[in-house]
Design a protein around this ligand. Structure first.
Ligand code: PEP
Length: 250
């Protein structure tokens, strides 16, 4: 019942030309994909160009960030409505790099999730514990706060537009992946949180992606877990061959 999603977060990589080339390659190789959603998130300056390359293909577009205002005196920021205008279907919020480097709080991230949904787009809400939080047994508390505060005010109906990405910070860009069991355990816990916050149907319908050094050689084991509904892929999404293999998980 939950359609798998494989999303590529290109972070701060690739020029407009390189982004369009990679998008074109993905479109050529993934033209017939139907049973899973494929999403790519290039840098802002490549969004419009990439939107042109993936038009009329199954590949969808996401922004890596947004600002939670429609319009106004917010120099340097981009609203969900403008991201929709340029062709985005999703916006990522709460990525750990933004939480850590830019001190983004759960409250601010919640505003972005809300603004994303209100603009008619899908919100990909990233959560995850640091190594220190895991080792000091704070992981469940951290995930609980990130979910509760990140989804504050989001109704059960609006949850149809929300995808959660569980990304343990210690696994992002490190080459260290959570084991299949560690990831499944966290995902089951998150689904339980959703059941407590909403109700069973919402918990069962919400997709929870795993992120953190997902590669061609570990995606199959992760995707075999009952509560893992897809992947948010960083490094391995920058190479067509690797990303395509991840999309084609077995
Ligand atoms: C990410 O950027 O969300 C991510 C999971 O990166 P990587 O796959 O490189 O660990």
């Amino acid at each position: 019942m939950r359609k798998p999603m494989i999303a590529g977060n290109w972070k701060l990589h690739k020029t407009l030309k390189e982004s369009c080339q990679l998008a074109t390659e993905l479109v050529q190789q993934l033209a017939t994909i139907e049973d899973r959603e494929v999403v790519i998130a290039p840098v802002f300056t490549s969004l419009a160009g990439v939107a042109g390359e993936i038009a009329n293909s199954p590949v969808q577009l996401a922004a890596q960030n947004c600002y939670p205002a429609e319009t106004g005196a917010f120099t340097g920021e981009v609203s969900p409505a403008l991201l929709k205008d340029v062709g985005c279907q999703y916006i990522i919020s709460g990525h750990s790099e933004r939480r850590q480097l830019l001190n983004e709080t759960n409250q601010f991230i919640n505003q972005k999730v809300s603004a994303t949904i209100n603009a008619g787009l899908g919100a990909i809400l990233c959560i995850g514990e640091t190594l220190q939080e895991r080792e000091t047994h704070q992981m469940l508390e951290v995930l609980t706060n990130q979910i509760k505060e990140g989804l504050a005010g989001i109704t059960a109906e609006q949850m149809a537009d929300v995808v959660i990405a569980y990304e343990p910070v210690w696994a992002i860009g490190t080459g260290v992946t959570a084991s299949d069991e560690q990831a499944q355990e966290a995902h089951a816990f998150i689904r339980g949180l959703l059941q407590g916050l909403y109700y069973q149907e919402v918990a069962e319908a919400t997709r929870i992606l795993y992120g953190g050094s997902v590669k061609p050689n570990n995606v199959d084991g992760l995707m075999a877990q009952s509560d893992i509904d897809g992947a948010l892929v960083g490094g391995a999404s920058l190479k067509a061959e690797d990303f395509i293999r991840i999309v084609r998980f077995e």
